[in-house]
Design a protein around this ligand. Structure first.
Ligand SMILES: *Cc1c(COP(=O)(O)O)cnc(C)c1O
Length: 401
């Protein structure tokens, strides 16, 4: 056994060796070990600084280790880390009340990950189908959507290459084409209990739902008594320049899932529903870490901060500014098809492969994400400043054709 101090001083090479020999391989990662975060920056074990326009995958909405979160975590940890899912706890109730008073929903169930929240949404929709729609159990989702990595959510996700992975795959998910109402209508039938969409497809490359598509889905769902589920794991909590993305469309979904930015980096997600869907019976839904007090205290602090600091408005302004500056750059570089809402943005590259650009920017201390081979996505913390944006674009510009 190595003692604690020895572990703390282990050099980067040793750490990378451990990574190569000890971790179950799931993805390629650069030979960098992150050690510390502060605001818009991450620092690796060599002390190199990275301007972070990934923000933990649209997660660190308040930046890295903001004081409000380090303080609330310390305070709550001293008071109560875990009571048990069998009891209410104070932050759970205070947070549920605050969250629901800022959206169109009446009821909430807290989980730790977005996939889990979506699984809950599917359970709730199937329960509704059983009770109110002759046992209807099918859920329509869209191609190029992303709903998480549990077996059922991989089946719900619209990635072609996931459809046959880890067979037998859970059934009951029917695919339609995003932004094509007719393709949805074609697969609606007596067995349909819900339609689940992301209002902006995030992992799919940042494609916004057209207003007519969402309005059409709402009408279709009302007419056929089908539930409309919004997966707002990536788009919720201010990311698109509204507190929730459904607000852009002037409609209300029946069920919504939240994740990522809701915990500012702490594992937290939520399943929200209208009063009529308060239909789970004891035993239907639960979880060891549901409404975990640390997560609840953090969730409360994140939302309070978004509201008190007017971060949603700030996000809208900074998003518009990035789009404007990218449009200017696009006149003399390979950048085109600039798109997105708020601080969920993307653009395409005409010649440089996106992963190559990501690699070169990483060398230069800028973190970017390539959701597709020719697309770059920008999902910085909502606290990003104009100065951060200028620095990001200056590095980017160096590497564009
Ligand atoms: C990230 C994401 C998920 C999955 O969330 P996890 O916390 O990784 O389980 C689900 N839906 C959308 C839209 C996402 O972006």
């Amino acid at each position: 056994m190595q003692d604690h101090t020895e572990q703390e001083t282990m050099d980067t090479k040793k750490l990378i060796n451990i990574a190569n020999q000890r971790l179950l391989k799931v993805t390629e990662r650069p030979e960098i070990v992150m050690e510390r975060g502060e605001g818009m920056y991450l620092f690796d074990t060599e002390g190199k600084r990275y301007l972070d326009f990934i923000g933990g995958w649209a997660v660190n909405s308040l930046g890295h280790s903001p004081k409000v979160l380090t303080e609330v975590l310390a305070r709550q940890a001293e008071k109560l880390i875990n009571a048990s899912p069998a009891f209410y706890n104070r932050p759970m109730l205070e947070y549920a009340d605050l969250l629901l008073s800022h959206c169109c929903f009446d009821r909430v169930f807290f989980t730790s990950t977005g996939a889990e929240a979506n699984e809950g949404a599917v359970k709730l929709a199937r329960k509704y189908g059983k009770l109110k729609k002759d046992g209807a159990s099918e859920i329509i989702t869209t191609w190029h959507s992303f709903h998480g990595r549990t077996l059922a959510m991989m089946a719900a996700t619209g990635k072609e290459q996931w459809q046959k992975l880890f067979e037998p795959t859970p059934g009951g998910f029917i695919k339609a084409t995003f932004n094509d109402l007719e393709s949805v209508k074609k697969v609606v039938g007596p067995a349909t209990c819900a339609i689940m969409v992301e209002p902006v497809q995030g992992e799919g490359g940042v494609y916004s739902a057209a207003p007519e598509f969402i309005e059409g889905l709402r009408e279709l769902c009302d007419r056929e008594k089908i539930l409309l589920i919004f997966d707002e794991v990536q788009t919720g909590m201010g990311r698109t320049g509204k507190l929730f993305c459904y607000e852009h469309y002037g409609i209300e979904p029946d069920i919504m899932s939240l994740g990522k930015g809701i915990g500012g980096g702490f594992p937290l997600a939520a399943l929200l529903a209208k009063e009529e869907l308060n239909i789970f019976e004891a035993g239907d839904q639960g979880g060891t870490y549901t409404a975990q007090p640390l997560a609840m205290a953090v969730g409360y602090a994140v939302l309070r901060e978004l509201l008190d600091k007017n971060l949603v408005e700030h996000c809208r302004r900074m998003g518009a500014l990035i789009q404007e500056k990218l449009e200017a750059i696009s006149t003399h570089t390979e950048i085109h098809h600039i798109r997105g809402k708020g601080l969920l943005l993307a653009f395409d590259l005409a010649s440089t492969p996106a992963p190559d650009l990501v690699g070169r920017c990483l060398q230069d201390g800028l973190l970017l994400n390539a959701p597709k081979p020719a697309s770059i996505r920008l999902i910085p913390p909502l606290i990003v400043s104009e100065d951060d944006i200028d620095q990001c674009l200056a590095i980017l510009l160096k590497h564009l054709a």
